[in-house]
Structures are given as structure tokens and as C-alpha cells.
Design a protein around this ligand. Sequence first.
Ligand code: 13P
Ligand code: SF4
Length: 348
Amino acid sequence: SQEELETKVAEAKKRLGSRLFIPGHHYQKDEVIQFADTTGDSLKLAQVSGENTEAEFIVFCGVHFMAETADILTTEKQKVFLPDMRAGCSMADMADIDQTERAWTKLQEIFGDTILPLTYVNSTAAIKSFVGENKGTTVTSSNAETMVKWAFNQKERILFLPDQHLGRNTAYNLGVGLDEMAVWNPITDTLEYDGDYSKVKVILWKGHCSVHENFTVKNIQEVRKSYPDMSIIVHPECRREVVELSDAAGSTNYIINAIEKSEPGSSWAIGTEMNLVKRIIQSHPDKHIISLNPHMCPCLTMNRIDLPHLAWCLDRIEAGEDANIIKVEDNIANNAKLALERMLTFNN
Ligand code: 13P
Ligand code: SF4
């Protein structure tokens, strides 16, 4: 039963003490998040994983790319576990390394040595390694503007992997025109752009988050009609049109803080993952909060981490088994770390 599993996890945590560390992403279920030692957005979880040199076992409650990042940033003797290996990220899967290398060759043919590659942390370690090797950086939704600005001090143009929406929203906020943004299609290996290539400043990888693409202009229009005084806040993985019509956009931490700081009685529609929206609703009974999409959008892969998997993972650790270890090969980890560190030096 749920209660038995909760007791099991609580007791294992007690026995393992500071040998165990459980980071939990904001999109995790309540049944899991109650056992997290730290909760946070992708940036914070990357930072705390890097800072924790003590824990032998890091049980990452989030998705695969986050666990890879934790492995890259922790020491050799620390082990990172993902309670369910199927907890991937469909966006990260939209850029594989072969596609990226093909794109890079073609883009260099077109633009020469004028492009710096950047990748959203929602990408595989192999992509981060490619970016690190080519002098670029990772970004998260909390620091994308800072890092894109940094990139434009290095090179004339950027390639932004793998989320076209975060890339477009960020570049737009920095004054890059939509007509200066091209889209790289990794399925057809072509650059989608009508116009003179010399105008291109940003090349957006044609990837997206299947959760955040579910928030639409129609959702916004409906909220505006039903609740004219409601503020709409969304994650920048939403499409440009949706962000444009919202009142604010930012990372999961940004959304949480904005609502926390708001006046009692204020009203909000939130465009992000369902577990987080539900938790925000529960923790602010004094405010009127709804999901921007009434059909609530879960991240199915985040949801694969559940109490049974967490209990099982801790059980295997205590049995001394190396089940569900996330270990990035050294040759990939070294360059990926360069890309991550370029970002982390800005945010520490
Ligand atoms: P942040 O928590 O960094 O805003 O990221 C959201 C997300 O989609 C993680 O997969
Ligand atoms: Fe990936 Fe989207 Fe899920 Fe985040 S919410 S883990 S970007 S699929």
C-alpha cells in the first residue's frame, strides 16, 4: 500500500542518512516530492548536485538528462541513480548527436565559422559534449537570456538546440527579429528560412516540449473572456504566440516565486506541467489559481518516477546493487562539463 511504501522510503532514508541525497524536480508527483532533500528547477538542481560532494548515492527524481547532468557535475566516487530508466524527455530525444553533427557541417558550409552552438539543458550528454567542444554553453530557462547575450559577444550567430520555443522566446526578448531567425529541420536536414541567409542571427533547432505545446492561443482567449482580471503566467517552452499573449513567462522557479509574492486574492492561470500547477493551487488557498489548459497537461515521463520506483531504487542501493545507475562516459562527460561550467560560472 501507499502507506507501507512511504514507511519503507522514510526508513531507508533514515538508515542511509547523509550518504543519500534526493534532488526532486518541481514536476515530480507529491508522493515523490515529499521525500526530496531539495526541490528546484533545472538550474538549481544542477547547482546543488555540483555542490554536494558528500553523498555517495544521488537518487535523482526527475528525468534522464537531469541525472546525466548530476553525474557529470559530481565526483568520481558519487553514484547517480534514476528510479525508472524510462523517465526520459521527449524534447531531449528530438536532437541526436548524428543529426547535430550533420546539421553543424551544413551550417558551417553556409555560414562559415560565425556560429556558436548553445543547448538547453534538456538535451543528452552527447549534445552537451558537442556544444562544449565547440566552445558553446548550456542554458536553462532561468538564465537563457544571460547566456544568449554572452553567446552574441563571442560570435555573430547562434545555433540553439533543441527547443525552438525557448530559443525563439529568448532571442525575441533580446531584440532579435522573427525574420532574423531560421529553423533547422533535423528530419529533412534543411534550413527553413525565406530570405537572404546573411540576415540570420539565430538558428533554432526544430524541437519542442510535447507538454508545453498543449497550451494554445485559444486557451488564453478563453481565460481572458471568463476571467478578465486573471494574470496568465507560462513557461517559455510554450509557443511564441502563447508567451506573447501572456502576462509573464519564466522557469518553474520563476512561476512559483511570482505567485508566492502576489497579493492574497489575486488570480492566476498557469501554463506549465500539471503536478506543479496542482501543488501551487494547494499551497495557495487564498488565491484563485487554475491551469491555463483545463485538460491539465502531465509530463508522462516525469510521472514515471513514482513511489514504488523510488522505494525499489533505495532497496537496491541498500542491497549494494548497481541498478539504474546513470554513468556518462568520460570522453563525453569532459566536454559536456565544459559547456555546463560556462553556464554555472555565470549563475553562482
Ligand atoms: P525548469 O524547471 O528549468 O523551468 O525546466 C522545466 C522543464 O521542462 C524541465 O524538464
Ligand atoms: Fe521534457 Fe517537456 Fe517533460 Fe520537461 S516537461 S521533461 S521538456 S517533455
